[in-house]
Design a protein around this ligand. Structure first.
Ligand code: SAM
Length: 254
């Protein structure tokens, strides 16, 4: 018996759109998403498109109209609920564009719940384009069939981050000058967590003392070798996901 092909096909384009999505809703697209569906994917009426809104989950939609500059989709039904992601924040000092773009993309794939760009004294970069950053994260999520996006917070000075630190969230301070081995620290503590990583030039002594004095902070080492800031951010995040996160479960949408 010939198996009926899965619907929507794995090749169906995926897009994040503003929510909440609902059965029967009509979703007008414009700008880059219209160009992508119209010119790149060359969709026609009736074609399947998978929509996510980072709120209600993933929906099957069909192209209902293709115009010169706009495309309208009709939502058919929900395919998946929004996934749960572990309650883990990556607090990464701003680094140069290419390195921080990598952090934005890979931290999204790794499943962080939120990304907090941090401004420290030795940061070379001192601003972040939020729209561009959000696009990088959204494209990473679309390419990896995700139904959830990390929250992207505005860049915040280290002192303000520490001052406003939420009760009950452990702050793992990646300190290249030494600390508890990261795997041991992560394994020893459950609950909401965050990893704080410095910029290319590291933290200065005043910052290091301020972080270490914070009641939620635990200094951790990521081993005997100095890692680039982006490597430390992603390696530390992966290690937390593997020890305390949800990497013991099967990949969904596989
Ligand atoms: N101070 C470093 C040096 O001597 O070259 C420069 C900072 S390192 C490139 C960037 C950041 O990555 C550090 O601030 C720290 O947060 C983290 N990091 C790098 N290697 C690490 C390690 N072995 N253990 C813990 N954190 C590390």
């Amino acid at each position: 018996m010939v198996a009926t092909p899965a619907w929507p096909p794995k090749s169906a384009p995926r897009l994040f759109v503003p929510g909440p999505l609902a059965e029967g809703a009509s979703v007008p697209l414009e700008g880059g998403q219209t160009h992508y569906l119209g010119k790149v994917m060359r969709v026609s009426p009736g074609d399947a498109v998978v929509l996510c809104d980072d709120l209600t989950g993933e929906w099957l939609a069909e192209v209902s109209a293709v115009g010169k500059r706009d495309i309208t989709l009709a939502v058919v039904h929900r395919l998946r609920e929004r996934e749960a992601v572990p309650d883990f924040w990556l607090c990464a000092a701003l680094t140069k564009k290419a390195a921080f773009d990598l952090v934005l993309e890979k931290a999204t794939e790794l499943g962080v719940a939120a990304l907090h760009p941090v401004l420290t004294r030795r940061c070379v970069a001192d601003k972040l384009n939020p729209e561009r950053a959000r696009t990088i994260m959204t494209e990473a999520a679309e390419q990896c069939a995700r139904t959830a996006l990390p929250a992207l917070e505005g860049p915040v000075k280290l002192e303000a981050l520490l001052k406003g630190w939420p009760e009950g969230r452990r702050l793992y301070f990646a300190d290249e000058e030494g600390g508890v081995p990261a795997a041991a620290a992560f394994t020893a503590h459950d609950g909401p967590a965050a990893l704080l990583v410095g910029p290319e030039g590291g933290f200065d002594d005043t910052e290091r003392a301020l972080i270490r004095a914070h009641p939620a902070a635990i200094a951790i080492t990521l081993g005997p070798r100095i890692l680039r800031a982006e490597t430390a951010a992603l390696a530390g995040t992966a290690l937390w996901m593997g020890t305390r996160g949800d990497w013991g479960t099967l990949a969904s949408g596989a």
